[in-house]
Design a protein around this ligand. Structure first.
Ligand code: DAH
Length: 350
């Protein structure tokens, strides 16, 4: 193998000077950002640029000449960079620091930003509050851990009623005496219905009352396309003098029409709930069929008595609707489980 050929210093300097001159000329001549980019790659491209190519020859300069060669290399590098920068400035209209990078093309669309969104159930809840708010109903809240009184007894659900079956409820066993001290020793459970909030509101407020309560309820159901052990209800309660079934039907009709955005026919069918008398099941007509949207009725006098009202003086209606069902109908969601699997491919669509 022959020893690496050395390059005379003069040749190296000459080559650098020629390079600097042609770079300065070419950067001075470019007319647009495309030509500028081409020139940039030609002269100062990181891998195959002409400057790089000459720079690599530094290793072949004789030891004693290395220093002088290195200094010349630096000078040339600076003057090429200066020519490049001036050219960038000229092409980009000057001055604007942000467009100094020749790689930046201000005509390209910016990167798409993903904006977070509210969960479809939260969106539905907000909309329901909005609609009911316009009808004069204000939101009220209650706890998700409830006692026997608010979930059953005050709602006229007797001690022997099958709704209390342990198989249909998440009863809580209190482990520590501290919890018992805070929560009391009543049979506590995860509330199975938002009707509990009717009682809580009536216990602390005098009529007239017009509230809705939106929140989670819990039942030990096996999950399938229409069931989930946790879901949301919207409870409504109106108490005043002489409130009748006609008022209830009007409110439900206005609600359905606002939510579904059309003149939606509704119908009510006789039903039974311990806390209403008479009780009804309400349906609305949607996409060619009757869809059930919840239970309702005239508040049973024994419920009014339980909270200290005089059923001779006031009356009222109540209703309880499933939020998931409303959301699913609106968006044609076929399986309730999609709502709670938190798959962003699903959630992004809302
Ligand atoms: N709480 C009932 C349920 O979960 C729904 C319901 C029916 C609520 C009638 C009401 C009502 O306020 O009047 O099935």
């Amino acid at each position: 193998m022959s020893p690496a050929a050395t390059i005379p210093l003069e040749d190296f300097i000459k080559e650098l000077e020629d390079l600097a001159q042609s770079a300065i000329e070419e950067f001075g001549a470019v007319a647009d950002s495309e030509q500028l980019e081409a020139a940039r790659i030609e002269f100062v491209g990181a891998r195959k640029g002409k400057f790089k190519t000459v720079q690599k020859k530094l290793g072949s300069i004789d030891g004693p000449d290395k220093k002088a060669a290195g200094m010349k290399l630096n000078d040339v590098k600076k003057s090429i960079e200066k020519a490049l920068n001036e050219s960038v400035e000229r092409i980009s209209g000057g001055g604007n620091e942000k467009v100094r990078d020749a790689k930046f093309d201000p005509t390209l669309p910016g990167p798409q930003q993903r904006v977070g969104k509210l969960h479809p159930i939260t969106q539905t809840i907000e909309e329901l509050k909005d609609i009911m708010g316009r009808l004069g109903f204000t939101p009220a809240d209650g706890p998700e851990i409830e006692d026997d009184w608010h979930n059953f007894k005050a709602l006229n659900i007797s001690d022997s009623h099958p709704a209390r079956d342990p198989l249909d409820n998440f009863y809580l066993s209190l482990a520590s005496s501290r919890e018992k001290h805070v929560l009391g020793d009543n049979d506590l459970l995860m509330r199975t219905q938002t009707s509990t909030v009717q009682i809580r509101v009536m216990e602390t407020t005098q009529p007239p009352i017009r509230i809705i309560s939106l929140g989670r309820v819990y039942r030990p159901d096996t999950a399938d396309s229409t069931h989930y052990p946790m879901f949301h209800q919207m409870e409504g309660l109106m108490i005043d003098e002489l409130v009748t079934l006609a008022d209830l039907k009007t409110v439900l009709k206005l609600f359905a029409t606002s939510y579904l955005g059309n003149e939606v026919p509704i119908r009510i069918r006789p039903s039974f709930f311990p806390f209403t008398e008479p009780s009804v099941e309400a349906d609305y007509f949607w996409n060619g069929k009757w869809v059930e949207f919840g239970g309702a009725g005239i508040v049973d006098p024994s419920v009014l008595t339980a909270v200290g009202y005089d059923p001779e003086q006031v009356s009222g209606f109540a209703f309880g609707l499933g939020v998931e069902r409303l959301c699913m109908i609106r968006h044609q969601i076929t399986d309730i489980r999609y709502l709670f699997t938190n798959d962003v491919r699903f959630l992004r669509q809302f």
